[in-house]
Design a protein around this ligand. Sequence first.
Ligand SMILES: [Zn+2]
Length: 200
Amino acid sequence: MGSYKKSLQLIIDSLRLLPGIGYKSAERIAYHLLSLEEGQVRTLANSLITARQMICVCSECGGLTASDPCSICSDEWRQRDAICVVESARDIDTIEKSGVFKGLYHSLNGLLNPLQGKGVEQIRINELMFRINNLKVAEVILALSSTVEGEATALYLAGLIAPLNVKVSRLAAGLPAGTSLEVVAPSTLAAALRHRTSFG
Ligand SMILES: [Zn+2]
């Protein structure tokens, strides 16, 4: 294998870490990256490294932040007895953009998915239960995708929270089945949050 092929292979292997990128896509992107000017590649590489160094995960909500705890968790004006549970840090930003929710968030950083080895210990469920008890939470809103994994996770969480005398609600119907929160328009999400319903 020529030396350029080894370098190319390294790029392909790295790109395959990205969600939804299979070998063919990784290969296509790698060739494209190598067709860019060196300055463009340097900007891309540096932006990734800088962001990775600057940004960390909030130890409380699991969202992205430059300082821990994040600005939402440390904001005393936020409603502290309501927690909106989401799959990812990205969902926190999406819901914030809708401007409807003024409470706290909790990102699970994943969903239950036994086939992919994601069990209760692999997502931030223990941290959530700790916060529910610690913050004397009155309402937990499950804002998870309406996928099989999202539904299974919501059902599991509702069962865990039920004995705690805490209201559990979910986004209003209107998000099509199989929809990930990431693809929902902020206005749709805002309506789904405003008209949230009791779980179960
Ligand atoms: Zn936070």
